[in-house]
Write a protein that binds this ligand. Structure first.
Ligand code: C2E
Ligand code: CA
Ligand code: CA
Ligand code: CA
Length: 276
């Protein structure tokens, strides 16, 4: 048994080493991709639920590595969060998104509003607002053409400095949305301290619509709260007409999800844009 135990331990160590080696390789590849600006930004439509009209996009980061193939954001974003690379990664996405808005404008379109994900680690950097200003200036992008998405759990990790930056963002004239709403453990008293314009209802609550009574109650409660606090509400992960009908009936105004369009390269969406 002793022998067996040692063999198992050795095997375990070997797998651990292998896993660590893989992670280090992936980290190096990601560092490389960031410094070569080899990450792509895809765009997913957001629509007005009553008219069906496009109101903007969410910018979503994509990574295809020559050796590792396409790595999903659910893998490389947490990796980047852990090792701090989320800061240059987030800045790259911000810059590429603003550059895309400029390209659309130069091509004669009315610039659509683009919502960009920003992590807590970015928000807590003292130079975040300065970097944001520089990017907007360089890309001749007006603050009202972008929106910043943050998650409640990310903010509450260390609320004070994050909330201070959120106020700075709003003072610049940039709208804020609270992502994945309902999945965190935040107290509602925090919500009124956050200067946000939009709550994004997490996809997990939209999944069960219209059948699931709990999901219906939660979505209704979020909508009621949004109305009484004067905060817009957007439903995420809307995939089918039954969900659309249920959300309309409940008075939800805006939505995003595969039903309205998948994340895709900017050019894919050209024919949905309005001409200037
Ligand atoms: P998220 O911010 O909640 O983004 C929405 C995710 O839901 C995206 O996954 C999107 O492709 C997916 N989605 C959209 N509509 C539907 C639908 O109808 N059904 C289903 N099943 N899924 C839908 P994606 O692109 O894989 O991104 C995953 C997460 O990675 C994002 O979740 C976000 O937290 C993070 N992420 C992506 N890009 C960035 C970035 O540039 N910066 C940061 N900090 N995080 C990012
Ligand atoms: Ca988001
Ligand atoms: Ca989300
Ligand atoms: Ca998320």
């Amino acid at each position: 048994a002793k022998q067996l135990g040692r063999n198992n331990a050795q095997r375990y160590c070997a797998t651990q080493t292998e896993t660590t080696r893989q992670r280090v390789k992936l980290e190096n590849a990601l560092r490389h991709a960031i410094s070569n600006e080899a990450l792509d930004v895809w765009f997913q439509p957001q629509v007005d639920l009553q008219s069906g009209e496009l109101i903007g996009f969410e910018a979503l980061c994509r990574w295809t590595d020559p050796d590792h193939g396409t790595i999903p954001p659910d893998v490389f974003i947490p990796l980047a969060e852990n090792n701090g690379m989320i800061v240059p990664l987030g800045e790259l996405v911000l810059r590429k998104s603003c550059a895309q808005i400029r390209h659309w404008r130069e091509a004669g379109f009315i610039p659509p509003r683009v919502a960009i994900n920003v992590s807590g680690r970015q928000l807590r950097r003292l130079d975040f607002l300065g970097a944001l200003c520089t990017i907007l200036e360089q890309e001749q992008c007006r603050p009202e053409w972008i929106e910043i998405e943050v998650t409640e759990s990310d903010i509450l990790k260390d609320a004070e400095p994050a909330i201070a930056t959120l106020h700075g963002i709003r003072e610049m004239g940039i709208a804020l949305s609270l992502d994945d709403f309902g999945t965190g453990f935040s107290s509602l008293s925090y919500l009124k301290r956050l200067p946000i314009n939009t709550l994004k209802i997490d996809r997990s609550f939209i999944d069960g619509l219209p059948g699931d009574a709990n999901d219906r109650a939660i979505v209704q409660a979020i909508l009621a709260m949004g109305r009484s606090l004067g905060i817009q509400v957007l439903a995420e992960g809307v995939e089918n007409p039954a969900q659309v009908a249920a959300l309309r009936l409940m008075g939800c105004c805006t939505a995003q999800g595969y039903h309205f369009g998948r994340p895709a390269l900017a050019d894919t969406h050209r024919d949905r844009l309005a001409c200037a």
